[in-house]
Design a protein around this ligand. Sequence first.
Ligand SMILES: Cc1cc2nc3c(=O)[nH]c(=O)nc-3n(C[C@H](O)[C@H](O)[C@H](O)COP(=O)(O)OP(=O)(O)OC[C@H]3O[C@@H](n4cnc5c(N)ncnc54)[C@H](O)[C@@H]3O)c2cc1C
Length: 397
Amino acid sequence: MKDHIVIVGAGPVGLVSACLLVDEGVSVTVLDSCNDLPRDLRASTFHPPTLDMLERFDVVPSMIAQGLICPEWQFRDRTDGVIATFELDRLNDETAHPYRLQCEQWRLGEMLCERLRKSPLADLRFGMKASAVRQTADHVEVDAVNAQGETETFKGAFCIGADGIGSQVRKAIGAEFEGMTIPEIYLTVSTTYDFSEAMPDIANIAYLSDPDEWFVLIRTAKIWRALFPVDSGLSDSEVTSPELIERLLQGAAARPEPYEIIHKTAYRVHERVADKYVKGRIAIAGDAAHVNNPLGGMGLNGGIHDAYNLASTMVEILRGAPLDALGRYERQRRRVALDVVQQTTLRNRAILNTRDPASRAAYYDDLRKTVADPERHKTYLMRTSMISSLRDVAQIV
Ligand SMILES: Cc1cc2nc3c(=O)[nH]c(=O)nc-3n(C[C@H](O)[C@H](O)[C@H](O)COP(=O)(O)OP(=O)(O)OC[C@H]3O[C@@H](n4cnc5c(N)ncnc54)[C@H](O)[C@@H]3O)c2cc1C
């Protein structure tokens, strides 16, 4: 129990934490309420420093083989075309991966699970829902319930709550999840249609601004994904109705034949950050600690950066550092969630949906000036690729 950590949640954040800990010789139990890893379509963007971090698990070559390297991304005006194209090779001196990689997050999850299954230090327990978390001065206890309703208690030196947006662990430490819910629903659809036929100068990742109906187009290895904001007054069946999807896609690129849809999902988006990340020996990370809109691909990446910081801090404590080193984790990673992730994703949303013509023109002007100036271009990429945030918060003690 002394060198054992209980992780609640086998999403990307829980699994990255587990891999890092077992590599440092710390045993883990990972509990997940699902019976197996879900293969649903969620995040697919991996930023450069996240790939640098994942390199040590030998998963990046396989992610690249299954994914799509995107050396550029764009802001476009829906009517007038390209506003600004950002070139990630300007980060060549800063990262081993100067590009965004598009690869569905479940692919990473499956690779990390496979790696953990081979480790004698990892105990993966699917179908176990954490129902209570408590602690004493020197250990934690997590109660988890299986499908038959039987409760088992898991003990460890620490508990990591990587149990997503509805986190039980966040509730157990008494944290408020402060923030707001975005008024529109986000609809993601994937299609076999190649949008570069309609927009030959489109980058693999493009944010298309429009005062009435903005959208995002992202290419993965085999298909394109489109994200549209949808009126939250519609019923669940209306939001994903074939008629609405066809209308939105025809609006994005008109074509004589109907679109072939591979997948669709609609979800509510929140901008929230927990008012505390740590209580004693229990800490939260990833979506359990902060959620944001997906415009910029920062939620999953920020969560993996949390996992690195948190797991490394727990290893330091197990090797003799004081328990309050966890306070540094909270100070550093909460600052990134508030000042970088939330600010950047909200600004991206504003660039896409601002109605006032003068404000739109000002955003466009700023983006054009940013890409035209090599120093500003690189600074912008350092921030949006989340390299700066990792370096900046290292100064916070
Ligand atoms: C539909 C959808 C679409 C998304 N699309 C995008 C996107 O396009 N771009 C983007 O950047 N981000 C997107 N996101 C967000 C992104 O997927 C998350 O930021 C990321 O998954 C966070 O990882 P995590 O490990 O913190 O949490 P999760 O991936 O949510 O994993 C949490 C895990 O905890 C488990 N769990 C929960 N409660 C318990 C419990 N009590 N006991 C045991 N286990 C529990 C769950 O089963 C789950 O496996 C999307 C999210 C959703 C839901």
